[in-house]
Design a protein around this ligand. Structure first.
Ligand code: SF4
Ligand code: SF4
Length: 189
């Protein structure tokens, strides 16, 4: 956006620019409508028009690097890799990771997270937590969109149970099944 002092007189008149904006929007609308109609009759196949992905019924393929919802990775015995070192929460620019550390009764060296929570309303899905983790204990490779269904803040806080269960499901049932389950609620609503 330009500062007022850099605008031409024509732009400062305001209404010509509004009419120009309406013209651009109208042109796109009618062009898309005409091309989609022609496609229905098998014509103009070489011309492409804008499409709207009907999420969640349709989806587009995401790259493997897509940063989706978090998960806490698990060891073979089902416990978390996380050692509650706080590096992820220190690196997090949104300060949305809450960790409470605890000690194993039979291991005086290693700690584990008694509580591990991510406030996804504050999270900006930057991936710094994943980069900061020294033991690959947190990942964002689930391919899931951030959740946006809920009526209170608590509905958007993902705790250790949610984050580990997501890992378990991903390993047992795969990414596609995990995705299907996550959009089920949206379909019902
Ligand atoms: S993705 Fe970024 S904002 Fe979200 S929890 Fe990780 S570090 Fe914080
Ligand atoms: S997820 Fe990784 S960085 Fe965060 S507390 Fe656990 S071990 Fe440390």
């Amino acid at each position: 956006m330009q500062r007022v002092e850099h605008m031409t007189l024509w732009e400062r008149l305001y209404f010509p620019e509004i009419i120009r904006g309406l013209f651009v929007t109208g042109y796109r609308f009618w062009r898309n409508l005409a091309i989609h109609t022609l496609h229905l009759f098998g014509l103009a196949k070489n011309k492409s028009a804008a499409i709207t992905v009907q999420y969640p019924e349709q989806r587009i393929a995401y790259p493997d690097t897509f940063r989706g919802r978090h998960r806490l990775t698990l060891k073979d015995d089902g416990t978390v890799h996380c050692t509650a070192c706080f590096l992820c929460s220190t690196a997090c620019p949104a300060e949305c990771i809450y960790i409470e550390a605890g000690e194993y009764p039979d291991n005086p060296v290693e700690k584990y997270p008694v509580r591990y929570e991510i406030d996804t309303l504050r999270c900006i899905y930057c991936g710094f937590c994943v980069e900061a983790c020294p033991c690959d204990a947190i990942r964002m490779d689930t391919g899931l969109h951030p959740g946006n269904l809920g009526f209170s803040r608590e509905d958007f806080v993902e705790d250790k149970k949610v984050l580990t269960e997501r890992s378990r499901k991903l390993e047992e049932e795969g990414k596609d099944k995990l995705y299907e389950e996550s959009v089920e609620k949206y379909r019902e609503d």
